[in-house]
Design a protein around this ligand. Structure first.
Ligand code: ZN
Ligand code: CU1
Length: 196
């Protein structure tokens, strides 16, 4: 059957729409945007999960750069960071994740510590030091620093992908207990390379 000019035009429009859809659908897989890097945590920053003012609390904190969010999302603790990251909805929009490298940092002054790529960091769970929300994960850029911490305080070492919601739930409750526990204050290692 011979197509009328109108039907032919409709087919062309549909074809163009289909091509646009396919291009858009493929887009996330060819994302080549370079990481923009961590933003400094500032005095008034609030936790994206619980609303607490970060600067008032001890222990390592986290940060997320997410699509559709002009500002970095900040987290009072690695515990709240993972509680956010491990929700199914978060996965689609999270671009970059950072945590404090506590090697060479004072546990009660985490804002002095550098923020490092959380996906490549090492974590210690099950130690007695308290973060902003109570029991929390100590975070380190180097596995050796996590091992040294675990030797001193106890706990087990985990990679980013080994952290589950179940594990976060098992850390125990303790909101508002921040500041308790022992003080972790190692001497900075002598030859730590500078982070860009
Ligand atoms: Zn929080
Ligand atoms: Cu909190």
């Amino acid at each position: 059957m011979r197509a009328t000019p109108l039907a032919a035009r409709r087919r062309r429009v549909l074809g163009a729409l289909l091509a646009m859809f396919l291009l858009t659908a493929c887009d996330p897989q060819v994302d080549t945007r370079a990481p923009s890097g961590p933003r400094p945590i500032e005095a008034g920053d609030e936790c994206h999960v619980c609303g607490m003012i970060l600067a008032r609390f001890p222990g390592p904190m986290g940060e997320v750069i997410a699509d559709g969010q002009p500002r970095a999302l900040k987290f009072c603790s690695t515990r709240d960071l993972f509680a956010y990251l491990l929700q199914p909805e978060a996965g689609a929009v999270v671009r970059e994740v950072y945590v404090h490298d506590m090697a060479g940092a004072r546990w009660d002054h985490p804002l002095d510590a550098p923020l490092v790529d959380a996906r490549r960091a090492w974590y210690v769970a099950g130690h007695p030091l308290r973060g902003a929300m109570g029991p929390t994960l100590a975070s380190f850029r180097e596995r050796g620093d996590a091992e040294a911490f675990a030797q001193r305080f106890g706990g087990r070492i985990l990679a980013f992908d080994q952290i589950t919601l179940e594990l976060i739930g098992q850390l125990g409750d303790g909101e508002g207990e921040g500041g308790g526990g022992e003080t972790y204050q190692p001497a900075p290692p002598p030859s730590r390379p500078a982070l860009q």
